[in-house]
Design a protein around this ligand. Structure first.
Ligand SMILES: [Zn+2]
Ligand SMILES: [Zn+2]
Length: 274
């Protein structure tokens, strides 16, 4: 069964396409399961004064959920629609995050670190944030946050594990040992938490030109027994499941035979290829 567990749509302001267009494209592609997982509304910065087009406004969240649940019913028997959320992990805002997660019947919540304080490290408009910072320190802050996110119990899937590499900023080659120790510590925290991780193919079309996570980190995740799922992170229905064929091939070549799926936050491993 083909699955795609990471998608966005026009409500967030920086994606295009209505939810139903993703569903119809998913049916065309022959997906068995489609996870709709839009960004959590901003909670730690004022949406009125922050960069525009980051996420849906808070008052849209119930409408998003309603619309996904209606599509789930409408297309039952054709495609299994999952109600998901890409929930930011933001240190110090755990109570607010937990309240959002508990308020709706999510099938799964992706835990992603986009924000280090008010800096969104995944936003192409904010790459100046690297100026004057030591990349190794940025990486440390990032992987500490990933490790903490995994331990919160809020999330089912870690999103784009090494997205910090997205724009090509990286520690110096001679700092590789320190960088790898940070990645390893975060992977161990994920493994200990028992949650899954996605193989997110969208990195292939970003400046870093490789999936999230990289093959070496993916191998380590597999060795640690971290369950894996698949996501395209599509922000356009035309890009739904883009490069997921490559992602599946990579998993298969590394010996992975099952992927994680979710129903009301309970995990079910299904065959990668059947
Ligand atoms: Zn997005
Ligand atoms: Zn993300």
């Amino acid at each position: 069964m083909l699955i795609d567990y990471h998608t966005h749509h026009e409500r967030c302001g920086h994606a295009v396409g209505k939810l139903e267009q993703y569903v119809q494209r998913g049916i065309e592609l022959g997906l068995g399961q489609l996870g709709l997982s839009d960004h959590m509304p901003l909670i730690h910065v004022d949406p009125a004064t922050y960069y525009p087009e980051m996420a849906m406004p808070m008052d849209e969240l119930p409408r998003y959920v309603e619309e996904v649940l209606a599509l789930k019913d409408k297309y039952a028997g054709q495609i299994d629609i999952k109600l998901g959320l890409e929930g930011d992990y933001i240190e110090g805002y755990e109570q607010q995050i937990e309240a959002i997660i508990q308020a709706y019947p999510w099938d799964y919540v992706i835990g992603s670190v986009h924000f280090l304080g008010e800096w969104d490290i995944t936003d192409f408009r904010q790459t100046a944030g690297w100026e004057g910072r030591n990349p190794l320190d940025v990486y440390r802050t990032y992987y500490d946050a990933i490790g903490r996110a995994a331990q919160t119990g809020f999330y089912d899937i870690v999103g784009h594990f090494d997205v910090i590499k997205r724009f090509g900023f990286a520690p110096l080659p001679e700092e590789a040992n320190e960088k790898e120790a940070m990645e390893e510590a975060a992977l161990l925290q994920i493994a200990n938490s028992g949650i899954a991780m996605e193989l997110n193919a969208s990195g292939l079309t970003k400046p870093c030109a490789e999936m999230f996570p990289s093959e070496s980190l993916l191998k380590r995740a597999i060795t640690l027994g971290i369950p894996l799922t698949l996501g395209s992170d599509a922000h356009d229905p035309a890009k739904l499941s883009e490069n997921l064929d490559r992602a599946r091939e990579q998993l298969h070549s590394l010996g992975v035979r099952e992927v994680a799926t979710f129903n009301r936050r309970s995990r079910d491993m299904i065959p990668l290829i059947d």
